[in-house]
Ligand binder design. Structure first.
Ligand code: UT7
Length: 336
């Protein structure tokens, strides 16, 4: 048995910055409301013709992660790609990364776990590496939300939150089992699937062809929908639970955390967890102010920035935690 560890990180975000004031020009919203409720100042949106897709952004992040890992792309044994906004309905972006990086015909897997997707990917990679099946695994989280948002006032409860971007990590074998990923913890509660979802295509057999045929101007099934307050209440409970579950599995307590990198769902959620566990500002990393909520990309983007800013040192206890659509939630306890 081995452990797995993160040996390289990278991120990529589109150049185009969309401020809260920009949004208030196309819908009834304002900077104060957005900052007060979710702590977001700006986010990135791709622009038509800029060449960015979920896959291309993931590939850019992956190239940086591979370079930082100090390995060759041909040393990668497996690819895991987490997204809710794939380039194609099928095939998923995992194989497109294999193609675009020009890697030999290794396996590629797509994870459909929305905000928890990256932590689920870490867990899968961890198991493959622990068992000895693979040595180096590339994991990517990438999202283009901006093309699937209702940018009218009707959609403002959802559209102001989400942003575009990508992050990636290379995970590798660690011989010392006191280091690296100590444990991962995964959960789901499908009874709340429709509290945060995008129905079409696929809603009970209703497909894009049906939507076009019906040509109903009130049809909103191809936009994401969220019961915001219900999601918020569940998020704070599940975030806390899954962090504690991970810590107690390793005989650790919240004060042992050197850096908590939560999924950037809403700054108020991160602050709630921080207060609950009595963590200092230095113990919790947030960058939602700059990027909004980038779903599967949020943790790898945050982790990359935390690492670049020197906030993660060897031996640190780093905790990843996420909650989102499904509902799904997860944590990873890492001794860096
Ligand atoms: O990453 C996946 C997990 N997602 C989350 O964790 C998000 C969880 N949910 C939330 O963070 C919060 O529910 C939101 C920040 C999304 C919304 O905050 P809220 O306090 O739940 O607001 P609300 O939806 O209850 O809306 C309150 C009011 C409404 O007006 P009335 O009915 O009180 O007159 C909304 O119409 O705010 C209005 N509103 C807005 N006003 C200005 C909704 N969106 C906006 C907006 N700008 N963008």
């Amino acid at each position: 048995m081995y452990n797995s560890k993160i040996i390289g990180l990278g991120h990529y975000v589109p150049e185009n910055v969309v401020t809260n004031d920009d949004l208030s020009k196309v819908m009834e919203t304002n900077d104060a409301w957005i900052q007060e409720r979710m702590g977001i100042k700006e986010r990135r949106h791709v622009v038509k013709g800029d060449g960015n897709t979920t896959t291309t952004m993931g590939v850019e992040a992956a190239k940086i992660a591979i370079e930082n890992a100090g390995i060759d792309k041909d040393d990668i044994d497996f690819i895991i790609f987490a997204t809710l906004s794939p380039d194609y309905y099928f095939p998923g972006p995992g194989v497109l990364v294999q193609r675009d990086l020009g890697i030999k015909t290794i396996g590629a897997l797509d994870v459909r776990n929305q905000c928890s997707g990256f932590v689920y990917a870490v867990s899968i990679a961890d198991q493959y590496i622990k068992s000895g099946m693979y040595k180096n695994i590339l994991i990517v989280g990438s999202e283009i939300h901006s093309k699937g948002l209702d940018m009218s006032t009707r959609g403002r409860g959802v559209s102001v939150i989400f942003g575009d971007g990508a992050g990636a990590a290379v995970m590798s074998r660690e011989e010392d089992t006191a280091k690296g990923v100590l444990s991962t913890h995964l959960h789901s509660e499908g009874q709340y699937a429709e509290e945060l979802w995008l129905a079409a295509p696929g809603m009970g057999g209703r497909w894009v062809t049906d939507i076009i045929e019906e040509n109903d101007p009130d049809d909103q099934s191809y936009f994401g929908h969220m019961n915001g307050q219900f999601v918020f209440k569940n998020a704070v409970v599940r975030f806390s639970e899954v962090i504690l579950e991970g810590l107690s599995a390793n005989n650790l307590k919240p004060t042992d955390i050197d850096l908590l990198v939560p999924h950037q769902a809403n700054l108020r959620i991160s602050q709630f967890i921080q207060r609950k566990f009595e963590l200092s500002d230095d113990q919790v990393f947030n960058n939602i102010m700059k990027y909004g909520n980038t779903t599967a990309a949020s943790i790898p983007i945050a982790l990359t920035e935390a690492w670049q800013e020197g906030k993660i040192k060897e031996g640190d206890l780093v905790v990843l935690a996420a909650f989102g659509s499904g509902f799904t939630w997860a944590s990873a306890i890492i001794r860096w």
